[in-house]
Ligand binder design. Structure first.
Ligand code: FMN
Length: 525
């Protein structure tokens, strides 16, 4: 009997290795795949039967017999037909969870290399045009049009150009880059080889965070296995050292160059003077992994899906306090509420959802009142937030938003590269302001007194303290907004520049957590 069991880090963390060993011991032909992306059914075992893959999950090592005779209580039926998978539009993750990630044969049998072959039969400009026509925008955070970035590098005149893949994936609640690298590494390799052909680059780097040992191993092995297929293009892996800011593209380039990861001032753009001073394409894993589909199936097929100027699909990652956490690839336009409550099934704790943070630690918090927001770069920007790398972290009503705002400032102060003052100093002052707000909120209410001289004495004493800080909520929130303004417009990169998003969204949508009266809810019409 052939069974499929994921070797993805998340599946292994849930016990997939022990389960795989138990099925091997029972004489099964075990194929280790990537993850399908629904963690509540992991470890998932799929038994091949009459062209279908019948799923069981979660499964324990002791369950081998009942899985094989079909009587196991967690029998899920044909996995592809489960609503969680049937509802998706898997362009980028079409193979993930299905194939053996390190089998060249499997990859070729599932449309692999078709995009690269098509690209290499075209002149570079035509490849860049196809990426432009697809409407693909950077999936790493900023949403910048990928084709326009590639055009700048193609037009730059230089003997050496580079393709750099940003696999630092530092955002909280995100794991799509990791899942793709572990579950379909050849797809990323193919995307990078296409980029190399499109802009005239001969060598590429994949910068992976050190916290991803499985992805590092999978990429290294896949690069060795496919070296001949992608030649003369060559690739190597570089491993990060745990700094969030090294996911920022210019700090990442410094890190590859062997320097301490610090943000560079722009201009020059990395596209013109990037790695080792040469023209460089730097793209997120998901941007590059979307490219084989675009070249194989056509830019129109990709652009046909989406919403407004957000074309194609987004691999959304549901994490935090959510019942059905996992990866859900879908065309832009689905609402936040459909994702959190429909697909995610609400909180894992069963308590009401209080807020979701979208786009990692620099993303805004949204209350359920804003759940009709469509997943779209422009709609999110207009609502004071960002899509970022499409990580959604769900929180229930036990959340204290003032503490979350403080955490955002603290995170920025810890992770700041230190090069610019608004980020380095502003975040530290931000923590202090929020500490005062929280102290004021939690302070016991003043005891009313009928001794008028007491109040008089206090006022007199205070007025003689020249550096007295007005710790009142209004003064402190004004200070906080001023500080956020300075960070937003004065920081060198989006670390300091976007930290105001979580801070101000918490303050604006949840003022009651800061000690202010709760906002009056507008009556529904
Ligand atoms: N982009 C990523 O792809 N992965 C990251 O982990 C990442 N971390 C970032 C951290 C900070 C502090 C900032 C300011 C940006 C980060 N970015 C990250 C965005 C990159 O700077 C850059 O926009 C991206 O690599 C461009 O690729 P794309 O156009 O394909 O999205």
């Amino acid at each position: 009997t052939r069974v499929y069991i994921s070797r993805d880090m998340a599946s292994v963390a849930l016990g997939a290795d022990d389960v795989a060993r138990a099925f091997e011991a029972a004489g099964c032909d075990v194929v280790r795949t990537g993850s399908r992306g629904l963690f509540s059914i992991e470890p998932l075992v799929e038994v091949e039967s009459e062209g279908q893959r019948i799923g069981f999950g979660p499964v324990r090592p002791a369950d081998v017999a009942t899985v094989l005779d079909g009587s196991h209580k967690a029998r899920l039926g044909n996995v592809a037909d489960l609503p969680f998978f049937a509802g998706q539009q898997r362009f980028t993750f079409a193979r993930c969870g299905i194939i053996d990630p390190l089998s060249l044969q499997d990859y070729a049998d599932h449309d692999g290399w078709r995009g690269l072959d098509a690209a290499r039969a075209m002149p570079p400009q035509a490849v860049v045009d196809a990426v432009k026509a697809s409407g693909l925008r950077g999936r790493g955070g900023a949403g910048f049009p990928t084709g326009i970035k590639w055009q700048t590098v193609l037009d730059a005149v230089s003997d050496a150009k580079f393709i750099v893949c940003n696999a630092d994936e530092g955002d909280s609640g995100t794991f799509a880059d990791r899942m793709l690298m572990e579950g379909d590494p050849f797809c990323l390799i193919e995307g990078m080889a296409i980029a190399g052909h499109a802009v005239g680059a001969g060598h590429g780097y994949i910068y992976i965070r050190s916290e991803y040992p499985f992805a590092i191993a999978a990429m290294q092995e896949a690069i060795a296995l496919s070296a001949e297929r992608i030649a003369p293009f060559t690739l190597e892996v570089r491993v990060g050292a745990g700094a969030y800011v090294c996911g920022e593209e210019t700090a990442l380039l410094d890190s590859i160059e062997g320097k301490r990861g610090q943000v560079r001032a722009k201009p020059p753009l990395p596209a013109l003077a990037g790695l080792f001073g040469q023209p460089t394409v730097i793209n997120n894993v998901l941007s590059l992994a979307a490219v084989p589909f675009i070249l194989a199936k056509g830019a129109e097929a990709y652009a046909a899906v989406g919403f407004g100027r957000s074309r194609g699909t987004m691999p959304v990652q549901l994490a935090g306090n959510v019942k059905h956490g996992g990866l859900y690839e879908i065309g832009f336009g689905i609402t936040l509420g459909e994702l959190v409550n429909g697909i995610g099934g609400g909180t894992a704790s069963g308590r009401p959802v209080r807020a979701v943070q979208v786009g990692g630690p620099l993303g805004a918090y949204f209350p359920p009142g804003m759940f009709d927001l469509p997943f779209d770069y422009e709609a999110f920007a207009q609502a004071g937030g960002l899509i970022g790398h499409a990580g959604i972290t769900v929180f229930d009503d036990s959340l204290d938003m003032a503490h979350m705002a403080r955490f955002a400032m603290e995170f920025c102060s810890v992770e700041s590269c230190g090069k610019c003052t608004p980020c380095r100093i502003g975040s530290t002052r931000g923590v202090e302001v929020l500490d005062r707000i929280i102290a004021g909120r939690d302070a016991p209410a003043p005891v009313p007194t009928d001794q008028p001289w007491e109040g008089y004495l206090k006022t007199a004493l205070n007025s003689r303290t020249p550096d007295r800080i007005d710790t009142g909520l209004e003064a402190q929130t004004t200070l906080l907004r001023d500080l956020c303004d300075t960070m937003k417009y004065g920081s060198l990169c989006a670390l300091g520049g976007f930290t105001p998003y979580p801070v101000l969204s918490a303050l604006d949508h949840f003022p009651e957590d800061f000690g202010a009266p709760a906002p009056i809810k507008e009556a529904a019409e």
